[in-house]
Design a protein. Structure first.
Ligand code: NAD
Ligand code: IPM
Ligand code: K
Ligand code: MN
Length: 369
């Protein structure tokens, strides 16, 4: 079979630091498994602004369109925070999602037993937690028009954005949520604020209709987003699949990360619709950002980035066995007592980014032996 074309976009801050550890895993897979990757690197975010004057230059978009899968790091940082809105690093990831039509952002939040102690909640509330947030990622208030900052005729200034969802946008992401629920515990919780937002009311109406006509076997419930945040922080194990808009999904997934132990652990996949010949654009990235507060210190947790590569193997290349193997390797490292600072518990050994990455490779070696 043809080599798999992989585009790697490290980005800014801890992005390149944690990506370095994934490159070891890619090399390992190349050497030890029957698959060969053609790895191409590209510029995105602040790094691309510095080199080419745009957070997602056309050269990067071309590489992205040609790739079989994209592994993305993180973008942003204080260096670029004062740039005009149209030229911020964050536009890098937003353009990739929008222009490639990556509308379904899958954010699994799992607690592995060795990490239950690292959660912000009592261990018994999270042990065995396994939920999936399906976040819409090309619509809503992130892209709605009109938006801007303006001065009104009376001299007052205002800033404004628009939350808007079409029936088609809701339907296609709802289908992804329902399909995932079917493969898991058959429960879908759709989240909005139908009590105060017209777009939320419409969201609930459309999701209900999709459920009735196409997924009557899936148990669908609806929850207001504020209540969902409270429920996630107090009884997270009640959830299986959570379906949410772009903004609510963003907020709820950071919350889910705290509940599972750390932002440094959670991967994501962002998928587009398959084209007629079955090819589907897909991008994989940790849900965390460039973590400027710890960048350059060599202490970032590489697990979320490594687990994003596991999701890539599973979702883009159908390499389920290899994905599991990689996830197991990470779990064994944690069970063995190695911890980066963000998931430190008493009695564990505190290590940096590269020791963590090396330990994952060692576990892979043992499993393949
Ligand atoms: P952040 O996710 O970068 O960091 C939040 C906190 O979590 C920080 O204290 C950080 O040190 C910690 N953290 C994050 N990842 C970690 C890891 N792997 N290991 C250990 N600790 C980790 O969010 P922020 O500070 O709000 O944003 C920083 C920059 O990142 C901003 O410019 C923001 O826009 C950008 N951002 C980008 C993405 C993306 O690239 N998709 C996602 C989120 C934020
Ligand atoms: C994320 C980030 C992005 C988002 C930003 C950087 C545009 O927070 O990927 O979760 O809000 O989607
Ligand atoms: K990221
Ligand atoms: Mn976010």
């Amino acid at each position: 079979p043809a080599n798999k074309k992989l585009l790697v976009l490290p980005g800014d801050g801890i992005g390149p630091e944690v990506m370095r550890e994934v490159r070891r895993v890619v090399d390992w897979m190349d050497r030890r498994r029957s698959v060969t990757f053609d790895v191409v690197e590209g510029l995105v975010g602040g790094a691309a602004i510095d080199a080419e004057g745009h957070p997602c230059p056309d050269s990067t978009m071309e590489k992205a369109r040609a790739a079989d899968a994209i592994l993305f790091g993180s973008v942003g940082g204080p260096k670029w925070d004062t740039l005009p809105f149209e030229n911020r690093p964050e536009l890098g990831i937003l353009r990739l999602r929008k222009d490639l039509g990556l509308f379904a952002n899958l954010r699994p939040a799992q607690v592995w037993s060795p990490l239950a102690q690292a959660s912000s909640l009592k261990a018994e509330l999270v042990d065995g937690l396994d939920l999936m947030i399906v976040r819409e990622s090309t619509g809503g208030i992130y892209f709605g028009e009109p938006r801007g900052i303006e001065t009104l005729p009376n001299g007052m200034r205002r800033g404004f954005d628009t939350e808007s969802y079409t029936e088609e946008e809701i339907t296609r992401v709802a289908r992804i949520g329902f399909e995932l629920a079917r493969k898991r515990s058959n429960k879908l919780t759709s989240v909005e604020k139908a009590n105060v937002m017209q777009s939320g009311r419409f969201w609930r109406e459309v999701v209900t209709a999709v459920g009735k006509s196409e997924f009557p076997d899936v148990e669908l419930s609806h929850m207001y987003a504020d209540n969902c945040a409270m429920q996630l922080a107090s009884r997270p194990k009640q959830f299986d699949v959570i379906l949410a808009s772009n903004l609510f999904g963003d907020v709820l997934s950071d919350l889910a990360a705290a509940v599972t132990g750390s932002l440094g652990m959670l991967p994501s996949a962002t998928l587009g619709a398959p084209d007629p010949d079955g090819r589907r654009h897909a991008l994989y990235e940790p849900i965390h950002g460039s973590a400027p507060d710890i960048a350059g210190k060599g202490i970032a947790n590489p697990c979320a980035q490594i687990l994003s590569f596991a999701m890539l193997l599973r979702w883009s290349f159908g390499m389920e066995e290899d994905a599991r193997m990689l996830e197991n390797a990470v779990e064994r490292v944690l069970a063995g007592g190695l911890r980066t600072a963000d998931i430190m518990v008493s009695g564990a050994a505190r290590v940096g980014t590269s020791i963590m990455g090396e330990a994952v490779i060692r576990e892979l070696d043992k499993m393949a032996a």
